[in-house]
Design a protein around this ligand. Structure first.
Ligand code: SF4
Length: 426
């Protein structure tokens, strides 16, 4: 079975007597989580049919609907969600700071690789603005550091150099051979300094030049280097600066980049949307651009044109209060809006939430629709952080306890079925 606790999608999971093995603590908590909510309309408990009906009415009446999330939904739900957005002219925003990087990877603007290649070949690994020991706990043992790979038979002791670049000394930094501390507010300056150091120029910077030159020397000697890009990198350094850095690194060695995001299926929703027209919002300038790609899998340019005519934006940016204020109805799918942006509880828009678990947003939403969790009590497919498609079988049947699971598991409708009902109703 597969764990959907993070984007690593470990597929060696087994459940026995209420214990989830060999999942990490995040995965076990995710699979055993029973903090579920009842269907609600205006904070009153109702039937699931009434909640879906009320949500359909709100979406039908909305003049500026907006969909948020989808990174924690199976691919099948995302595809229906995009169709629903097209039908009612809603914009979709994944609300992830990794969206630009994933877009750059999908469009081959930066080089990437599979996790199996990291395990077999990587000799220099950078954890940049990332702390996988606490966000993707099995990354280091499964792929990035400890395992012996085909060309890395001596593992971390001799064959691998792991370095963290972060604003603080994280848990991951404590096991790495090097650590570079980023000065808060000077994140992009570190990239500029490193770019100069890679050209053997001494950077004039707030950072220790000798340390930056030493890091550049290590990176240039790499046979197969990998940057794991955490939120600390993608939120503070413009994505074109990351592209330039990757180009510069690849002048000297073979360097790849992988996004380290938490939402288990973020890579898929980016691909589902990117298959047609993509409207991206530049976080720094607020400017929007439209790109049409022929790199389609299942969507034609005609469909993309139709979306443009309908005004269906497919924004991929970190959410801001201003962009939310334009909407009069917000549908959150597997996304806890209030936890990400607490000020959003003051906006005028009606809020609908579809989520497997109780969240802060459920507490102030107009409509709450509980759903089954992908890979736990509903099957589907998802795309791992390195782009590999993974099947998600059910760990337990919805409404049944399942092998070794708690017996108080309620029946839950899948978010794909809920989305289909909304699609028919609007
Ligand atoms: S590393 Fe991620 S996918 Fe693997 S068991 Fe932990 S939470 Fe689940």
């Amino acid at each position: 079975m597969t764990c959907t606790g993070c984007a690593l999608l470990c597929d060696d999971i087994d459940v026995h007597d209420g214990e989830v093995r060999p999942a990490c603590r995040i995965g076990a908590a995710h699979i055993l989580n029973r903090h579920q909510v009842d269907p609600m309309v205006n904070h009153e408990i109702v039937s699931i049919d009434d909640a879906i009906g009320h949500a359909a009415t709100l979406l039908t009446d909305a003049k500026h609907p907006m969909f948020l999330g989808f990174g924690n939904s199976v691919t099948e739900t995302q595809e229906i969600g995009v169709r629903l957005a097209e039908k009612i002219g809603a914009g979709i925003d994944t609300c992830s700071s990794h969206a630009h990087l994933i877009d750059d990877i999908i469009h081959n603007r930066v080089r990437t690789c599979a996790l199996s290649e990291v395990r077999d070949m990587a000799d220099v690994i950078l954890f940049w603005g990332a702390d996988p020991m606490n966000t993707h706990p099995r990354l280091l043992s499964g792929y990035a550091y400890y395992p012996r790979g085909k060309n890395r038979q001596h593992g971390w002791e001799e064959d691998r150099t792991a370095i963290t670049i972060d604003v603080r000394r994280s848990h991951t930094a404590s096991i790495c051979k090097g650590m570079h501390k980023i000065v808060f507010g000077h994140e992009a300056e570190f990239v500029d300094a490193l770019m100069l150091a890679l050209q053997n120029k001494v950077p004039k910077t707030v950072y220790d030049s000798k340390q930056v030159l030493k890091l550049a020397g290590t990176l240039k000697k790499a046979e197969f280097g990998v940057i794991f890009a955490g939120p600390g990198l993608v939120e503070s350094v413009p994505h074109d600066a990351i592209i330039r850095l990757m180009d510069r690194l690849n002048e000297f060695s073979d360097f790849r980049i992988l996004p380290l995001h938490s939402q288990y299926n973020l890579r898929s929703i980016a691909a589902v949307k990117t298959a047609a027209t993509v409207t991206t919002t530049d976080v720094a300038t607020g400017a929007t651009t439209n790109n049409t790609t022929n790199n389609t899998t299942n969507t034609t340019t005609d469909a993309a044109d139709a979306r443009e005519q309908q005004g269906v934006g497919t924004q991929t940016s970190k959410i801001t209060l201003n962009s939310l204020r334009e909407a009069d109805c917000i549908l959150c799918v597997g996304f806890d809006l209030i936890s990400s942006l607490p000020q959003a509880c003051d906006i005028d828009a009606r809020i609908i939430i579809i989520d497997p678990n109780e969240t802060l947003t459920a507490g102030c939403a107009d409509v709450v629709i509980p759903c089954a969790a992908g890979g736990v009590d509903m099957a589907g497919t998802a795309v791992r952080l390195d782009g590999v498609e993974i099947d998600l079988p059910c760990i337990m049947e919805t409404g049944q306890a399942g092998v070794g699971m708690p017996t108080d598991t309620p029946t839950r409708m899948s978010d794909a079925s809920i989305m289909n009902r909304l699609l028919e109703a609007v």
